[in-house]
Write a protein that binds this ligand. Structure first.
Ligand code: ZN
Ligand code: ZN
Length: 358
């Protein structure tokens, strides 16, 4: 049993629930091993059932761990039938995943059952990774990093952002990745001021700053990393902003150890940027957990809650975005250890290593 399952069991007891209904594919995979794209998991105190239709029967029977398979023709009727058979009186559900329609339908099928929404408790389930999960993230990082190296020759003046991004994605798949973690960001020149500037038809130009944010999925687990490169000799402002973001990232990484609050980690990065007068130009959180989903617990931001624990993997990705000029973001993934953290991503974030004289 992994730590997530232990947390879930104590949650069942604490909230006096007979079972929890899972509908998000990441949690289903995490709790019973099913990797397909449709189904529901009823996680009871003693019994667990994964329910799906005939398309997934064979696959589920091969993959399921610790849960029985049950086939349905109509999803809701199947779920309701099983809940009735288990005599579930209080059912927890994923507040962020169950649709309003399904909720209403469950209520009408089982009018006497109490439905209990779970939000933060469920959000934290997958936060601490098992060694096997860490290994999958490491593998994803390796695939992405090697692919980035393959794509470096394409990051040069005259090449369209999208051409470079597509090549990077192709290499990641070629090297064994399942899919890009998200649409790759290649944002050059003034477009680098868009924190999520998807690769466009714009051609990169000499002297520009280029933000490249990329990652790959490997056995369900994601990587996520951002490099900022400069096409040619950096000018004073490029140097200044780059070094500022680098310092902010470094401060945050140095602050990480078990027991420190996520807000304190965010603050460590934010203070460096604010003190230099660029606070208003760092509009997003410092980081996010990653694993079966690209964004999961913990949320490392001014609004995040809780403290970090050994086994958590999250990003540290401060950035400064100046409208009309461009931006710099540096993103690494860290694993919280017993005494501090290990930086899992290994591509250099030193300015000198990111100046491409193509
Ligand atoms: Zn990223
Ligand atoms: Zn990220």
């Amino acid at each position: 049993m992994n730590r997530g399952q232990e947390r879930l069991r104590s949650l069942l007891r604490r909230k006096n629930l007979d079972a929890v209904l899972f509908s998000s594919l990441e949690n289903i995979r995490f709790l019973c091993g099913f990797t397909g794209s449709d189904g529901a998991l009823i996680y009871g105190r003693e019994e667990r059932y994964f329910l799906s239709d005939s398309r997934y029967e064979e696959q589920a029977k091969g993959e399921l761990q610790g849960a029985g398979f049950e086939r349905y023709k109509k999803k809701l009727e199947g779920i309701a039938r099983r809940l009735r058979a288990l005599r579930v009186k209080r059912l927890g559900f994923e507040g962020s995943a169950l649709t309003w329609e399904t909720y209403q339908s469950l209520k009408s099928h089982l009018p006497r059952m109490t439905l209990v929404p779970l939000t933060a408790e469920i959000w934290d389930l997958r936060a601490c990774k098992e060694p096997a999960e860490v290994e999958k993230v490491r593998q994803a990082i390796r695939i992405a990093s090697e692919s980035f190296a393959d794509a470096v020759p394409r990051l040069k003046p005259g090449v369209r952002e999208k051409t470079a991004g597509d090549f990077l994605e192709f290499r990641m798949k070629r090297r064994g990745g399942e899919a890009s973690s998200f649409p790759i960001i290649v944002a050059s020149g003034p477009r680098a001021a868009l924190p999520h500037g998807k690769a466009s038809a714009k051609r990169m130009e000499k002297g520009e700053t280029v933000v490249v944010d990329f990652g790959v999925r490997h056995e369900g687990y994601h990587s996520d990393e951002t490099k900022t490169i400069i096409l040619g000799k950096p000018d004073g402002k490029q140097k200044k902003i780059y070094e500022l973001v680098r310092k902010a990232q470094d401060k945050a990484i140095k602050a990480i150890r078990p027991g420190i609050s996520v807000r304190a980690i965010d603050r460590a990065a934010r203070e460096v940027i604010s003190r230099a007068g660029y606070g208003p130009f760092f509009g997003h959180g410092t980081g996010h957990g990653i694993g079966l989903a690209v964004h999961e617990a913990p949320t490392v931001s001014p609004r995040g809650r809780g403290v970090v624990e050994p086994g958590m993997i999250f990003s540290v990705e401060p950035g400064v975005y100046l409208p009309g000029w461009g931006g710099v973001r540096l993103e690494d993934l860290v694993l919280v250890t017993d005494r501090g953290c290990e930086v899992l991503t290994y591509l250099s974030k030193e300015l000198g290593d990111n100046v491409l004289k193509g």
